[in-house]
Design a protein around this ligand. Structure first.
Ligand code: NAD
Length: 307
């Protein structure tokens, strides 16, 4: 059948999910933006806040919408586009996915957590719904393992780059089971409607962009430590002074999220052997920063402090 995307659902309302939802809203596509139900803190419980209140249950996606109005550069082409994004949570709104043409998974970079979500989606998706993952580099085939034939035919990777409204690249990654029709449709949709430059990539660890990008970043970190460069020096040389916009090495890491970068580096580290493995080892100080909760811009503290 000829595919069409009249509406979409984005699952995961973090850095990338909220940005992808905004990009879809900018081109007039209504989006359901779902996240998990957050736990109430002891303080909130003591204040008598009600865990069954929908506002509490939708808090993560609601918070993401507020964030879209504050971010720079602006993810929304117009503030009015926010009306096209409906926030919700997976527990209460799972059934709504049955009427959605394109379901995009944008949750934490962890195979088991992603697989558990796909099992739920497989149980509710409409027969023709396309399902895709924004993973930075986990195997698309591994995520589809155990899913129904219908799901597997309609499943592929659609890897946006950060920030989704501004970076033109979209990697599209099929598995052997993705139907040719779905792949062709997604490539055309990516180019014509999403305004992206689409590259079809093989299902190898971290695909193309992040395989090269992660390697480059890790080499830069290693050189910095061995030769005693400062964060500011590296950012000047890899950013403004070489003619690139502000987001150089460490500013980029802050925007990406240090926790996400660690997961992404691990995608390749876990799948390589010998000398090559060492090239993808994450330095201890970066792991320590993540342990401390210095996750980058989203935590207001990474290599830089954010107001
Ligand atoms: P993030 O940490 O900012 O957000 C993840 C969101 O997923 C959170 O809001 C979290 O509550 C939610 N979540 C976690 N488990 C969930 C579940 N079981 N069900 C529903 N929601 C759940 O992460 P991010 O940076 O937006 O990354 C999301 C995905 O996009 C990852 O696969 C990542 O590798 C990929 N990606 C990230 C970037 C980047 O620059 N950050 C770029 C391209 C791709």
């Amino acid at each position: 059948m000829a595919h069409q995307i009249k509406n979409a659902a984005v699952i995961g309302s973090g850095v990338m999910g909220s940005g992808i939802a905004a990009h879809l809203a900018n081109i007039g596509i209504p989006v359901l933006l779902l996240d998990i139900v957050p736990e109430l803190s002891a303080e909130e419980k003591a204040k008598g806040m009600d865990a069954s209140d929908r506002k509490v249950r939708n808090r993560l996606a609601e918070g993401a919408l507020k964030g879209l109005l504050k971010q720079k550069p602006a993810p929304l082409a117009s503030k009015d586009n926010l009306a096209l994004i409906t926030p919700g949570n997976l527990e209460d709104d799972l059934e709504k996915l049955k009427d959605v043409d394109w379901i995009i998974e944008v949750i934490v970079e962890n195979l088991d957590i992603k697989k558990a979500l796909y099992e739920k989606i497989d149980g509710v998706r409409g027969e023709h719904a396309i399902v895709s993952s924004n993973t930075s580099g986990i195997s698309i085939e591994a995520m589809a393992e155990g899913r129904s034939e219908g799901f597997r035919k309609h499943f592929l990777g659609t890897h946006f780059f950060n920030p989704p409204r501004y970076l033109k690249l979209l990697e599209v990654i099929p598995t052997e089971d993705t139907s040719e029709e779905v792949l062709d449709f997604m490539v055309k949709f990516g180019e014509d409607r999403l305004g992206k430059g689409v590259v079809v990539a093989k299902d190898t660890p971290n695909f193309i962009g992040n395989r090269i990008g992660t390697y480059g970043l890790l080499v830069t970190l290693k050189e910095m430590m061995e030769r005693g460069y400062s964060v500011g020096e590296v950012d000047s040389v890899t950013g403004t002074l070489i003619g690139r916009p502000k987001s150089a090495t460490f500013r980029t890491l802050d925007v990406v999220g240090l926790d996400t970068f660690v997961h992404v580096a691990r995608n390749v580290f876990d799948k390589t052997e010998g000398d090559e493995k060492d090239m993808f080892r994450t330095p201890d100080f970066l792991l320590k920063m993540v342990e401390n909760g210095w996750l980058g811009a989203k935590a207001k503290q990474g290599f830089y402090l954010k107001e």
